[in-house]
Design a protein around this ligand. Sequence first.
Ligand SMILES: [Zn+2]
Length: 309
Amino acid sequence: MHNSAHADGIEVALAYPAETRVTEVVPTCNVCQSDHIQRVDPQYNFCRCDSCGYVFDSPRPSIAEITAFYSQPAHYDSWLQEEHGRDALWRRRLKKFLPHRAKGNLLDIGAGIGQFLHHAQPLFTQVAGTEVSKSAVRIAKEKYGMDLYTGQVEELDLPLSSFDNITLFHVLEHVSDPARLMRRCMELLRPQGVLAIAVPNDVLAWTSKIKKLGKRMKLGRFEKFSPVLGIARAGDSREIHLSHFTPAVLRQLINNSGLTIGEESLDPYYVSNGARLMLDSVYYALHRTLYSVFTINYYDTIWMIARKP
Ligand SMILES: [Zn+2]
Protein backbone atom coordinates (compact mmCIF):
# COMPACT_ATOMS: atom_id res chain seq x y z
CA MET A 1 0.00 0.00 0.00
CA HIS A 2 1.47 3.34 -0.98
CA ASN A 3 0.69 6.39 1.08
CA SER A 4 0.13 8.91 -1.69
CA ALA A 5 -3.45 7.85 -2.39
CA HIS A 6 -5.98 9.87 -4.31
CA ALA A 7 -9.66 9.02 -4.40
CA ASP A 8 -12.19 10.65 -6.75
CA GLY A 9 -9.77 13.51 -7.29
CA ILE A 10 -9.80 14.33 -3.55
CA GLU A 11 -6.46 14.00 -1.82
CA VAL A 12 -6.55 11.37 0.91
CA ALA A 13 -4.41 11.87 4.02
CA LEU A 14 -0.72 11.74 3.19
CA ALA A 15 0.16 10.31 6.55
CA TYR A 16 3.88 9.82 5.92
CA PRO A 17 6.62 11.52 3.94
CA ALA A 18 6.60 10.57 0.29
CA GLU A 19 9.89 8.69 0.76
CA THR A 20 8.37 6.18 3.16
CA ARG A 21 5.72 3.54 2.67
CA VAL A 22 3.13 2.46 5.21
CA THR A 23 3.49 -1.29 5.47
CA GLU A 24 3.07 -2.54 9.05
CA VAL A 25 -0.17 -3.11 10.93
CA VAL A 26 0.12 -3.26 14.73
CA PRO A 27 -2.27 -5.94 16.09
CA THR A 28 -1.77 -5.55 19.88
CA CYS A 29 -0.97 -2.79 22.36
CA ASN A 30 2.77 -2.42 22.94
CA VAL A 31 2.21 -1.17 26.50
CA CYS A 32 -0.36 -3.63 27.93
CA GLN A 33 -0.62 -6.33 25.20
CA SER A 34 -4.40 -5.88 24.86
CA ASP A 35 -5.88 -6.57 21.43
CA HIS A 36 -8.79 -4.17 22.01
CA ILE A 37 -7.60 -1.56 19.56
CA GLN A 38 -9.79 1.30 18.30
CA ARG A 39 -9.01 3.09 15.06
CA VAL A 40 -9.68 6.58 16.43
CA ASP A 41 -8.76 8.40 13.22
CA PRO A 42 -8.26 5.97 10.31
CA GLN A 43 -7.54 8.81 7.88
CA TYR A 44 -4.47 9.73 9.93
CA ASN A 45 -3.58 6.13 10.93
CA PHE A 46 -4.16 6.86 14.65
CA CYS A 47 -5.19 3.92 16.87
CA ARG A 48 -5.85 3.78 20.61
CA CYS A 49 -5.76 0.89 23.07
CA ASP A 50 -9.09 0.56 24.89
CA SER A 51 -7.42 -0.91 27.97
CA CYS A 52 -4.60 1.54 28.74
CA GLY A 53 -5.18 4.52 26.42
CA TYR A 54 -1.93 4.19 24.46
CA VAL A 55 -2.22 6.07 21.13
CA PHE A 56 -0.09 4.86 18.22
CA ASP A 57 0.20 4.83 14.43
CA SER A 58 -1.09 1.77 12.61
CA PRO A 59 -0.55 1.00 9.82
CA ARG A 60 2.92 2.54 9.90
CA PRO A 61 6.23 2.50 7.98
CA SER A 62 8.74 -0.25 8.74
CA ILE A 63 11.92 0.52 10.69
CA ALA A 64 14.01 0.13 7.50
CA GLU A 65 11.95 2.84 5.84
CA ILE A 66 12.22 5.11 8.87
CA THR A 67 15.99 4.66 9.03
CA ALA A 68 16.26 5.53 5.33
CA PHE A 69 14.16 8.65 5.97
CA TYR A 70 16.45 9.88 8.77
CA SER A 71 19.60 9.02 6.82
CA GLN A 72 18.84 11.47 4.00
CA PRO A 73 21.87 13.77 3.74
CA ALA A 74 19.89 17.02 4.18
CA HIS A 75 17.80 15.81 7.12
CA TYR A 76 19.84 17.58 9.84
CA ASP A 77 20.41 20.86 7.96
CA SER A 78 17.80 22.70 10.03
CA TRP A 79 19.42 21.43 13.26
CA LEU A 80 22.72 22.90 12.13
CA GLN A 81 21.05 26.21 11.23
CA GLU A 82 19.52 26.35 14.72
CA GLU A 83 22.82 25.51 16.39
CA HIS A 84 22.75 28.24 19.06
CA GLY A 85 19.12 27.69 19.97
CA ARG A 86 19.88 23.98 20.25
CA ASP A 87 22.97 24.60 22.40
CA ALA A 88 20.69 26.48 24.81
CA LEU A 89 18.17 23.61 24.73
CA TRP A 90 20.83 21.01 25.60
CA ARG A 91 22.14 23.16 28.45
CA ARG A 92 18.59 23.46 29.85
CA ARG A 93 18.08 19.69 29.70
CA LEU A 94 21.50 19.01 31.21
CA LYS A 95 20.80 21.40 34.08
CA LYS A 96 17.48 19.69 34.71
CA PHE A 97 19.05 16.24 34.64
CA LEU A 98 22.14 16.91 36.80
CA PRO A 99 20.45 16.81 40.24
CA HIS A 100 19.22 13.26 39.43
CA ARG A 101 22.22 11.74 37.66
CA ALA A 102 24.31 8.92 39.10
CA LYS A 103 28.07 9.45 39.31
CA GLY A 104 29.84 7.74 36.40
CA ASN A 105 29.21 7.34 32.68
CA LEU A 106 26.41 8.27 30.29
CA LEU A 107 24.79 6.60 27.28
CA ASP A 108 22.63 8.84 25.08
CA ILE A 109 20.28 6.76 22.93
CA GLY A 110 19.25 8.46 19.69
CA ALA A 111 22.13 10.90 20.08
CA GLY A 112 21.44 12.68 16.76
CA ILE A 113 24.41 14.83 15.77
CA GLY A 114 26.01 14.41 19.23
CA GLN A 115 25.27 17.90 20.51
CA PHE A 116 23.97 16.78 23.93
CA LEU A 117 26.97 14.49 24.49
CA HIS A 118 29.26 17.38 23.56
CA HIS A 119 27.75 19.45 26.40
CA ALA A 120 27.50 16.54 28.83
CA GLN A 121 31.01 15.14 28.31
CA PRO A 122 32.81 17.21 31.00
CA LEU A 123 30.32 16.11 33.67
CA PHE A 124 30.61 12.33 33.23
CA THR A 125 33.53 9.89 33.43
CA GLN A 126 32.73 8.66 29.90
CA VAL A 127 30.03 9.34 27.34
CA ALA A 128 28.69 7.17 24.52
CA GLY A 129 25.83 7.47 22.09
CA THR A 130 23.81 5.42 19.63
CA GLU A 131 22.14 6.70 16.49
CA VAL A 132 20.34 5.03 13.55
CA SER A 133 20.96 7.85 11.07
CA LYS A 134 24.22 7.48 9.15
CA SER A 135 24.21 11.16 8.21
CA ALA A 136 23.82 12.18 11.89
CA VAL A 137 26.68 9.86 12.91
CA ARG A 138 28.90 11.46 10.28
CA ILE A 139 28.06 15.00 11.47
CA ALA A 140 28.71 14.00 15.12
CA LYS A 141 32.19 12.84 14.13
CA GLU A 142 33.02 15.85 11.96
CA LYS A 143 31.57 18.54 14.22
CA TYR A 144 32.13 17.26 17.76
CA GLY A 145 34.69 14.47 17.30
CA MET A 146 32.09 12.14 18.78
CA ASP A 147 32.18 8.44 17.77
CA LEU A 148 28.61 7.20 17.98
CA TYR A 149 27.50 3.59 17.63
CA THR A 150 25.52 3.29 14.39
CA GLY A 151 22.31 1.31 14.72
CA GLN A 152 19.48 0.52 17.09
CA VAL A 153 20.50 0.13 20.71
CA GLU A 154 18.43 -3.07 20.92
CA GLU A 155 20.68 -4.68 18.27
CA LEU A 156 24.09 -3.27 19.26
CA ASP A 157 26.55 -5.39 21.22
CA LEU A 158 26.87 -3.28 24.40
CA PRO A 159 28.01 -4.51 27.84
CA LEU A 160 25.05 -5.23 30.15
CA SER A 161 24.68 -3.50 33.56
CA SER A 162 27.44 -1.08 32.60
CA PHE A 163 25.84 2.36 32.32
CA ASP A 164 25.26 4.70 35.27
CA ASN A 165 23.03 7.03 33.24
CA ILE A 166 20.98 6.66 30.08
CA THR A 167 19.16 9.50 28.32
CA LEU A 168 16.26 8.99 25.91
CA PHE A 169 15.40 12.47 24.67
CA HIS A 170 12.53 12.29 22.15
CA VAL A 171 13.37 8.74 21.08
CA LEU A 172 10.57 6.54 22.46
CA GLU A 173 7.98 8.10 20.14
CA HIS A 174 10.10 7.10 17.12
CA VAL A 175 10.71 3.40 17.82
CA SER A 176 8.50 0.52 16.71
CA ASP A 177 8.68 -1.34 20.05
CA PRO A 178 8.87 1.09 23.00
CA ALA A 179 8.45 -1.73 25.56
CA ARG A 180 11.49 -3.51 24.13
CA LEU A 181 13.55 -0.31 24.25
CA MET A 182 12.59 0.15 27.93
CA ARG A 183 13.64 -3.43 28.72
CA ARG A 184 16.92 -2.75 26.90
CA CYS A 185 17.56 0.35 29.04
CA MET A 186 16.81 -1.73 32.14
CA GLU A 187 19.43 -4.35 31.22
CA LEU A 188 22.06 -1.79 30.17
CA LEU A 189 21.79 0.23 33.39
CA ARG A 190 23.79 -0.59 36.50
CA PRO A 191 21.78 -1.13 39.68
CA GLN A 192 20.81 2.37 40.94
CA GLY A 193 21.43 3.66 37.41
CA VAL A 194 19.30 6.57 36.20
CA LEU A 195 17.20 6.89 33.04
CA ALA A 196 15.94 10.28 31.80
CA ILE A 197 13.05 10.24 29.32
CA ALA A 198 11.47 13.09 27.38
CA VAL A 199 8.62 12.62 24.91
CA PRO A 200 5.95 14.85 23.35
CA ASN A 201 2.69 15.13 25.29
CA ASP A 202 0.63 15.61 22.14
CA VAL A 203 -2.49 13.70 23.24
CA LEU A 204 -3.20 16.02 26.21
CA ALA A 205 -1.40 19.27 25.32
CA TRP A 206 -3.39 22.53 25.08
CA THR A 207 -1.71 23.13 21.75
CA SER A 208 -3.26 19.90 20.38
CA LYS A 209 -6.69 20.92 21.71
CA ILE A 210 -6.36 24.25 19.89
CA LYS A 211 -5.23 22.52 16.68
CA LYS A 212 -8.18 20.12 16.90
CA LEU A 213 -10.57 23.05 17.32
CA GLY A 214 -8.95 24.96 14.45
CA LYS A 215 -9.26 21.94 12.19
CA ARG A 216 -12.92 21.44 13.10
CA MET A 217 -13.59 25.13 12.36
CA LYS A 218 -11.90 24.53 8.98
CA LEU A 219 -9.29 27.24 9.54
CA GLY A 220 -6.69 26.91 6.79
CA ARG A 221 -3.56 26.94 8.92
CA PHE A 222 -4.80 23.91 10.87
CA GLU A 223 -5.36 21.81 7.76
CA LYS A 224 -2.63 19.27 8.58
CA PHE A 225 -3.97 18.32 12.01
CA SER A 226 -6.24 15.40 12.88
CA PRO A 227 -9.79 16.57 13.76
CA VAL A 228 -9.89 13.83 16.41
CA LEU A 229 -6.54 14.28 18.19
CA GLY A 230 -5.15 17.62 16.97
CA ILE A 231 -1.89 15.86 16.06
CA ALA A 232 -0.15 16.56 12.74
CA ARG A 233 0.31 14.02 10.04
CA ALA A 234 3.82 12.65 10.36
CA GLY A 235 4.33 13.54 6.71
CA ASP A 236 3.77 17.21 7.49
CA SER A 237 6.55 17.45 10.03
CA ARG A 238 10.21 16.55 9.79
CA GLU A 239 9.72 13.62 12.14
CA ILE A 240 7.96 10.27 12.05
CA HIS A 241 6.29 9.63 15.40
CA LEU A 242 4.85 6.13 15.87
CA SER A 243 3.65 6.62 19.48
CA HIS A 244 1.76 9.46 21.15
CA PHE A 245 2.19 9.15 24.91
CA THR A 246 0.30 10.50 27.89
CA PRO A 247 1.95 10.69 31.33
CA ALA A 248 -0.19 7.74 32.51
CA VAL A 249 0.78 5.53 29.56
CA LEU A 250 4.47 6.42 29.88
CA ARG A 251 4.30 5.65 33.61
CA GLN A 252 2.87 2.20 32.86
CA LEU A 253 5.55 1.54 30.23
CA ILE A 254 8.31 2.45 32.73
CA ASN A 255 6.80 0.38 35.54
CA ASN A 256 6.40 -2.65 33.25
CA SER A 257 10.14 -2.59 32.51
CA GLY A 258 10.99 -2.93 36.21
CA LEU A 259 12.30 0.62 36.62
CA THR A 260 11.06 2.89 39.40
CA ILE A 261 9.78 6.37 38.56
CA GLY A 262 11.41 9.28 40.34
CA GLU A 263 10.77 12.85 39.23
CA GLU A 264 7.93 13.66 36.83
CA SER A 265 8.01 17.04 35.12
CA LEU A 266 7.94 18.83 31.77
CA ASP A 267 10.71 18.84 29.16
CA PRO A 268 11.91 22.37 28.22
CA TYR A 269 12.16 21.30 24.58
CA TYR A 270 11.83 24.67 22.83
CA VAL A 271 14.39 25.95 20.33
CA SER A 272 13.99 29.67 19.70
CA ASN A 273 15.53 33.08 20.21
CA GLY A 274 14.64 36.73 20.85
CA ALA A 275 11.03 37.55 21.71
CA ARG A 276 9.90 34.04 20.81
CA LEU A 277 12.34 32.57 23.33
CA MET A 278 10.88 34.82 26.01
CA LEU A 279 7.35 33.65 25.16
CA ASP A 280 8.42 29.99 25.11
CA SER A 281 10.15 30.37 28.49
CA VAL A 282 7.11 32.04 30.05
CA TYR A 283 4.76 29.38 28.64
CA TYR A 284 7.01 26.64 30.04
CA ALA A 285 7.32 28.33 33.45
CA LEU A 286 3.55 28.78 33.64
CA HIS A 287 2.95 25.09 32.97
CA ARG A 288 5.63 24.07 35.46
CA THR A 289 3.84 26.10 38.11
CA LEU A 290 0.48 24.54 37.18
CA TYR A 291 2.12 21.13 37.32
CA SER A 292 3.69 21.72 40.73
CA VAL A 293 0.33 22.83 42.18
CA PHE A 294 -2.18 20.52 40.45
CA THR A 295 0.08 17.74 39.03
CA ILE A 296 -1.69 18.16 35.69
CA ASN A 297 0.38 18.32 32.51
CA TYR A 298 -1.17 20.14 29.55
CA TYR A 299 2.25 21.27 28.29
CA ASP A 300 3.74 20.08 24.97
CA THR A 301 6.12 17.56 26.52
CA ILE A 302 6.59 14.99 29.31
CA TRP A 303 9.79 14.50 31.36
CA MET A 304 10.39 11.50 33.62
CA ILE A 305 13.33 10.26 35.63
CA ALA A 306 13.42 6.52 36.41
CA ARG A 307 15.89 4.41 38.38
CA LYS A 308 16.94 0.77 38.27
CA PRO A 309 16.38 -0.86 41.69
ZN1 LIG B 1 -2.79 -0.96 26.11
